[in-house]
Ligand binder design. Structure first.
Ligand code: CP3
Length: 346
């Protein structure tokens, strides 16, 4: 039996208190991260196991969380697939030659996932650091992560963030087999990448399908469900639970559950008690404080945190988190305050 309340909650087993961590917990809102960022680009940090581990550990210790998500980025696998990208300040990721045709997809390389080993090396360092149980006897969980096929494909096709996903959906609807081939290639690379992370000591893998909410239920079911289900199955076969997360997914949740993921991550628009009623008992949930609530007075934060905890008090299988990532201007003290509330009331 795992001695980590985080892993136990992922498997919907009873725990001594609700485990918690924060999406994007090591980001730009944190002065310690910004100090490192002064000397290194985001990609330099991701590709240097020493620095990536340090950034991961610093955030986890400062916040007192029950799990550390490895510092990396969703888009790292694009490089070994042959797509160049960069992070443009204030704009997010930019892929220089987005893919739009079957021919371009045929050229994507699936043989170089080994190059991503720096992420596994960072996980190993974090694992060594947190090898001993903490003061309360609990083992800190280590989260590895990968992008879901749809969300990664949307970056590869759109070339960056998107409002309407016109190019991604055009390719998805194409009848020449381009989309199916892209899904297959992504599954191949993501499986190897996840395996490296699990071999290095990741206790859980989170699959980020951040932009799945852009899809109708029919499109999700027809074009994304099979690929995502296959990926979930392969990761679970590595012996770790899977957290599957998306934003704006209220109506998609029952279909997302069909992937077989152990945990569904929810944004703040969906009350967790309602979601749990819809989803049933054999799945855990993660979430779902609105990250902007962290800008509210502490009495408001306290009410919202308690509300989320109370919605989940009756059955095991809740990991407290935000409904999406912490934004850059967030006061660190309020993030720490949420952790203290959970330790008291969770
Ligand atoms: O919590 C942590 O420890 C952060 C680790 C982390 C990063 N990216 C580093 C990062 C994680 C978990 C990610 C995942 C990721 N990357 C997602 C899924 C999560 C989500 O928020 O939905 C997505 C969609 C991306 C792609 C991406 N990377 C975008 C859209 C952006 C720009 C927007 C933004 O938040 O700034 C990034 C850049 C990025 N990745 C930053 C960090 C810390 C900020 C830029 C920087 O430090 O220079």
């Amino acid at each position: 039996m795992s001695s980590s309340r985080f892993v136990r909650a992922c498997l919907h087993l009873p725990v001594d208190r609700t485990p918690f961590w924060f999406l994007r917990q090591a980001g730009r809102y944190m002065p310690e991260y910004m100090a490192v960022r002064k000397h290194h680009t985001l990609l330099e940090i991701c590709r240097n196991p020493e620095i990536a581990a340090e950034v991961t550990i610093t955030a986890a210790e400062r916040l007192g969380v029950d799990a550390a998500i490895i510092f990396a980025d969703l888009l790292l696998p694009l490089t070994p697939m042959g797509l160049d990208f960069e992070f443009v300040n204030g704009e997010g990721p930019v892929v220089h030659q987005p893919i739009r045709t079957l021919e371009q997809i045929q050229k994507l390389d699936t043989t170089r996932a080994g190059e991503l080993i720096y992420v596994a090396q960072a996980i190993e360092k974090v694992g060594k650091h947190f090898a001993a149980p903490r003061a309360d006897g609990d083992q800190l969980g280590i989260i590895g992560f990968i992008g879901a096929p749809f969300t990664l494909a949307s970056y590869m096709i759109e070339g960056g963030g998107s409002r309407n996903y016109i190019e991604a959906k055009k390719l998805m609807y194409s009848t020449d087999g381009a989309w199916q081939l892209l899904m297959e290639k992504l599954i191949t690379v993501l499986t190897e990448y996840a395996q490296q992370q699990v071999n290095a000591g990741a206790d859980v893998i989170q699959i980020f399908d951040s932009w799945a909410g852009a899809l109708s239920i029919s499109d999700y079911r027809e074009y994304c469900l099979a690929a995502t289900t296959e990926l979930v199955r392969r990761v679970q076969a590595m012996g770790v639970p899977v957290i599957y997360f998306g934003v704006d997914t209220a109506s998609l949740l029952p279909t997302m559950k069909e992937t077989g993921a152990d945990v569904l991550g929810l944004d703040w628009r969906t009350p967790l008690d309602g979601a749990r009623q819809t989803l049933g008992a054999n799945i855990a949930v993660q979430g779902n404080l609105d990250p902007i609530t962290l800008f509210a007075p502490q009495e408001v934060i306290e009410r919202r945190v308690k509300e989320i905890l109370e919605q989940n008090a009756k059955q095991p299988g809740h990991i407290f988190n935000l409904g999406h990532g912490i934004v850059p201007q967030t006061p660190v003290d309020n993030v720490i305050f949420v952790g203290e509330l959970i330790k008291k009331h969770g």
